[in-house]
Design a protein around this ligand. Structure first.
Ligand code: B3K
Ligand code: ZN
Length: 870
């Protein structure tokens, strides 16, 4: 398949300063008329190439004069005008599109009776003929007319300019929207439908009044408060921290059931997957409420980092996504807990991004080529991209970092930039001159250009005579195919603890910059210090790497009990649990280590229970499944799953008494409104899980009763605790949950996911049944992800040794691909790790991949399948 290369970038030869779009919505199709002012950039003439996909051309004219073939040519890719005028002209195109049969959820499409759009990355070409590339910025005016009863609400970007009836009998009406800020077409949005809205206002720091409106289907108004509050918090935070104010008079959010991703930052008219808008503590868990708050903020933050300053081309995607994820992570950590948010983000990165970077779809934060850009909305572009910005913040220090950001925004406002533009502004803003930068910029840029997770090796030697700890560091990046010796700038934040004196560190949060393959560090401890101190490394997870050190089990136990950095303390426990599981899986269980670790947990429970229940719950939870898989060169998923359950049964049994006592104390606080009571609810859920696994019948029965608890967090925690059991109580709880929520599609998706992912002996029929369940909607990616995504986490079923799980998945993905390639190509990554599995699983997955490869699949899905196979 043909790939697009970064090195082939050429500027578009025309400017399009303004676009007027007219939508005439009928019952069977929509007539779109565009009128664009076009200016050639150079004197020499070049042809005008416009993209178009599934659009029927009706007529085309330049400066009022109709064009005839062969003055232009048309294909399934778009339209070419062979010799356009050499100076500014007006191009008018009338065309026709059919949103009613568009199942791809790209361009203009129908979702639950309303018309809605998704244009990023290349959906605008399904709406009208246009260059459809992010470096062409225009001012848009949009007129929409439609039937008044079918489509009472007609929205587009920007501010409302006019609305009125069209004919005397009031059947049709029209709206005109104007967006004064030049934008790329991927930020265009249109919504038409029967929607109710909830409104609020925000006054900016310069006193401007912003009208906030959330549009939802009738009946859902009651679920919008959380979204509105989140938006207001985000607006305030961006003013206070980045000095960035909202620029339009209106900010609208529309909730849509059929949506490929989470949400879309269209200028002034965000479109959201309904699961990320509709929520309160009765229908959403605490984690979901936090996620919604952060996604609302993320899309809002894009208004500057993405919209006012956009990407020159899609290779620069992390320019807006990495930076905006960094901003939303900072927002959440400012609002809640810095330490806990960091652990949450690191855990996500390790389980998803590291896994991606180890596998066949590994790519750089700034890739050099792609086939389908939709396949590049990955955790590498987003979350690893955010880690790079975080390292820059650490290396520059907050004050300089913000000076740099400021310069970037002032320099590139209203234009399309590259990641290099960003870095150069950052350094210039921070230090005035590049040469004053205290680290090697070129080596830092390797983080953008090289794929793979760097590995750092650490060895210590203790000079007791002089009380100096000598530490040697070595970095390697192995997943890059080249043999060249790549050096990165790896910031390492460290502390040192005296073994005798315990809790307060001798050296705290010092920064060591590893910018060579090998580099040594000398740590001077207190004179007279006899024993080597304990090193706490990569505090706050100061760079996105993996490391191996000569720290001893005793050191990890010490850090697990004493470290004052949330991440490092948690990570020490995670290390110990990884060791325990690794030795168990190699049939070399280390019982003394298990005993010592469990004792450490008991001590931790005593010290942490009251003041930080959330942290305690986090400390005693085992590492994620993907992280465990990554410990082995031959992965046996079924054994990993069983062994991790056995280990958790052991923890449950060993700390039964302690857990029972705490759970009683927690009950008084669980009814507080989010974010209050969150820690208590989290810990209670964790305790239920362990106790239920350990066979505590009272807890299991209590879980069934808690399904109808007024807090969704508690209800889902109860479901979770019963999940591994596969007994009548699990069944009963699941039925209760279903009956409570069968009329709420957003909540019901979590039931679909639960049913698909929980272990049960009834085999694959269960999944088939879920897919033909009357409440299952094939056109809703949320539902597909719930069932097929849930199924991929159902270890026994999906990985069954006869390969039937894999084949079933392949068949279903072929079906999904026919209606929605974007969703299918994302989901096909469930096969990414095939080469790492033990032979039986490997062969099974390989067969399914071959089946997919032989099928008539979309180019999106084919790109991923081919990458995985090769
Ligand atoms: N920019 C969108 C993602 C678009 C995905 C296109 N396939 C949401 C976001 O990152 O904010
Ligand atoms: Zn984004």
């Amino acid at each position: 398949q043909k790939s697009i290369k970064l090195s082939d970038y050429v500027e578009y030869p025309f400017l399009i300063p303004s676009i007027y779009l007219d939508f005439d919505i009928g019952t069977d199709y929509v007539v779109v008329q565009s009128s664009m002012i076009i200016k050639p950039k150079k004197k020499e003439s070049s042809k005008l190439v416009l993209k178009g996909n599934q659009i029927k051309l009706l007529s085309i004219s330049i400066n009022g004069k109709e064009l005839k073939l062969p003055e232009y040519s048309i294909s399934d890719k778009g339209l070419i005008i062979h010799s356009p005028p050499g100076s500014e002209f007006e191009l008018k195109i009338r065309s026709l599109i059919d949103p009613f049969r568009n199942t791809s959820l790209e361009g203009l499409y129908l979702s639950s009776g309303m018309l809605t759009t998704q244009c990023e990355a290349e959906g605008f070409r399904r709406i009208c003929f246009h260059p459809d590339r992010p470096d062409v910025l225009s001012r848009y005016t949009v007129r929409i007319e439609a039937d008044r009863t079918l489509y009472p609400i007609l929205l587009s970007n920007g501010n409302e300019k006019y609305s009125g009836n069209l004919n005397s009998n009031n059947l049709r009406h029209e709206f005109i929207w104007e967006d004064p800020f030049p934008k790329p077409c991927y930020l265009f949005a249109l919504v038409a439908g029967k929607l109710n809205s909830v409104s609020d206002t925000y006054i900016t720091n310069t006193g401007r009044l912003i009208d906030i409106r959330i549009y939802v289907e009738k009946g859902d108004e009651k679920y919008t408060k959380h979204a509105v509050n989140s938006l207001i918090k985000a607006m305030k935070w961006d003013e206070e921290n980045y000095g960035l104010e909202y620029d339009l008079d209106e900010y609208k959010i529309v909730a849509v059931r059929h949506f490929n991703m989470g949400a879309m930052e269209n200028k002034g008219l965000n479109i959201f997957n309904s699961k990320l808008v509709l929520a309160d503590s009765k229908t959403a868990t605490d984690d979901e409420l936090e996620r919604i708050e952060s996604v609302i903020a993320h899309e809002y933050f894009h208004n500057w980092t993405g919209n006012r300053i956009t990407c020159r081309d899609w290779f620069q995607l992390s320019l807006k996504e990495g930076l905006t994820v960094f901003r939303d992570q900072s927002f959440t950590s400012d609002l809640h807990s810095k330490g806990l948010k960091r652990i949450e983000d690191v855990s996500f990165l390790r389980n998803f991004q590291f896994a991606e970077d180890k596998g066949p779809t590994s790519h750089a934060v700034k890739p050099k080529e792609y086939v389908a850009i939709d396949n590049f909305y990955t955790t590498t572009i987003y979350e690893k991209g955010a880690e790079l910005i975080r390292m820059l913040e650490l290396l520059l220090g907050k004050e300089k970092f913000f000076r740099g950001i400021n310069l970037y925004i002032r320099t590139f406002d209203g234009s399309a930039a590259t990641t290099e533009d960003f870095i150069n502004s950052l350094i210039k803003g921070a230090y005035l001159e590049e040469k004053n930068c205290p680290f090697d910029l070129d080596k830092f840029l390797n983080w953008y250009y090289k794929s793979g997770t760097p590995k750092v090796y650490i060895n210590q030697s203790w000079d007791s005579k002089n009380s100096i700890l000598n530490v040697s560091f070595e970095q390697k990046i192995d997943s890059e195919k080249t043999s060249e010796n790549t050096e990165m700038v790896i910031p390492i934040l460290y502390s040192c603890y005296s073994r005798e004196k315990g809790a307060s560190p001798i050296a705290e949060d010092n920064l060591f910059i590893l910018d060579k393959n090998k580099k040594n560090l000398k740590i001077h401890t207190l004179p007279g210090e006899k024993e080597a101190p304990v090193l706490s490394l990569f505090r706050r997870f100061s760079s996105p790497v993996v490391w191996e050190s000569d720290l001893l089990i005793d050191d990890y136990l010490f850090l697990f009990l004493n470290d004052n950095d949330y991440f490092s303390r948690w990570d020490s426990g995670q290390y110990l649990m990884r060791e325990i599981l690794k030795t168990r899986l190699c049939n070399k269980a280390n019982y003394s280590l298990e005993d010592r670790f469990i004792n450490a947990i008991k001590q931790t429970i005593k010290s942490l229970e009251i003041n930080d229940p959330f942290f305690l719950a986090t400390l005693i939870a085992i590492p994620g499944f993907a992280e465990l898989e990554s410990l082995f060169t031959k992965v046996d998923p079924i054994r990993i799953y069983r062994e991790s359950i056995d280990f958790q049964v052991l923890i449950g049994n060993e700390i039964l008494q302690e857990l029972r006592i705490i759970s009683k104390n927690l009950l008084v606080n669980i009814d507080h409104q989010w974010p209050m009571g969150r820690g208590e609810r989290k810990l209670l859920g964790t305790i239920w899980f362990y106790l239920s696994l350990a066979g505590d019948i009272d807890v299991q029965k209590n879980c069934v009763e808690s399904i109808s608890h007024s807090s969704m967090t508690i209800s889902r925690a109860a479901l979770g605790a019963l999940k591994p059991l596969d007994n009548t109580l699990t069944e009963e709880a699941s039925n209760l949950f279903y009956n409570l929520w069968k009329e709420n599609p957003v909540v019901l998706d979590s039931w679909f996911a639960y049913e698909a992912s929980r272990p049960h002996k009834r085999g694959i029929n269960v999944i088939e049944k879920l897919l033909s369940h009357p409440k299952f909607d094939w056109k809703a990616p949320n539902a597909i992800r719930a069932v097929l995504g849930g199924f991929s986490k159902n270890i026994d079923l999906f990985h069954s040794l006869d390969g039937q799980g894999y084949l079933f998945m392949a068949d279903k993905l072929i079906e999904v691909d026919k209606i929605n390639p974007i969703t299918a190509s994302r989901m096909v990554k469930v096969f990414s790790k095939w080469k790492t599995y033990i032979n039986k699983n490997k062969e099974g997955m390989y067969e399914s991949l071959l089946k997919l490869n032989k099928a008539n699949i979309s180019s999106n899905t084919r790109e991923v399948v081919e990458l995985i196979l090769n």
